[in-house]
Write a new protein. Structure first.
Lengths: 83, 153
């Protein structure tokens, strides 16, 4: 199982802030996106894989070929605008 | 180096935070502080409020890493970063960055570096409420350029 989080505009566009997703073996971030689109009705591919969307695994920003292991926390979010 | 990193809904007291930096050590000879507040006009529109969201856990981790990077480049004896989240009104305080160093040059530069890094790296998102609508802000090119100027050749 992995925990998936969505933030800010992405959370609003998908109308979901978090979900638990079954994962028994490691897959890449890109494969995870494919799986999510396939198995979760609320996940829209165009929204989740928009060019500017960032992905963090266990609270570190990673690229799409990063391996997600079972037990990880994966977050999707738009570019940051703090300060 | 002493670090204080807080993400909170409540307001903070600039004098209290500055006093914290003064009290860190008798070695401190210069403290530079930055205070960010909510503007009432943005991109030509009247702003009536701001909603700030963040990624609890990751945000704090990132701010600690930003301070550590600043400390590896400049002499930093103490650093305070306070960032507010939740609903804010024009004129309210959003962010405080304070750096205590032996000498002013390090304090000035480290403070600006931490602030520039916060803007483009820390997981905060602003939603601006203008008359009639709410919109998520997008990254400003000037903020990206502000961080790029710190890149070592």
């Amino acid at each position: 199982m992995i925990k998936i989080l969505f933030f800010a505009s992405l959370k609003e566009q998908l109308s979901i802030d978090a979900l638990d997703f079954p994962l028994t073996e490691s897959i890449t971030v890109a494969q995870l996106v494919d799986e999510l689109v396939l198995k979760e009705a609320s996940i829209d591919r165009d929204i989740l894989s928009a060019e500017d969307i960032l992905v963090a695994v266990d609270q570190t920003v990673v690229s799409s070929d990063f391996l997600v292991r079972p037990g990880s926390e994966v977050a999707f979010f738009p570019p940051v605008t703090g300060g | 180096m002493i670090k204080k990193v807080v993400v909170q809904i409540d307001d903070f007291d600039v004098n209290e935070e500055t006093a914290f930096l003064v009290d860190i050590s008798k070695e401190v000879g210069g403290i530079n502080t930055f205070l960010g507040t909510v503007r009432d006009v943005n991109e030509g529109d009247t702003v009536t409020g701001l909603r700030l969201e963040h990624y609890p856990g990751m945000t704090e981790k990132q701010i600690h890493a930003i301070i550590d990077r600043a400390s590896s480049r400049w002499s930093v004896l103490g650093a305070v970063v306070i960032h507010r989240v939740g609903d804010l009104q024009p004129g309210e305080k959003i962010v405080f960055v304070g750096i205590a160093s032996k000498h002013r040059g390090d304090a000035f530069r480290a403070c600006e570096y931490v602030m520039d890094s916060l803007k483009t790296e820390a997981t905060f998102w602003k939603k601006e409420v203008t008359e009639g609508e709410a919109r998520w802000l997008t990254t400003r090119q000037t903020d990206v350029e502000a961080l790029n100027k710190w890149q070592v050749d």
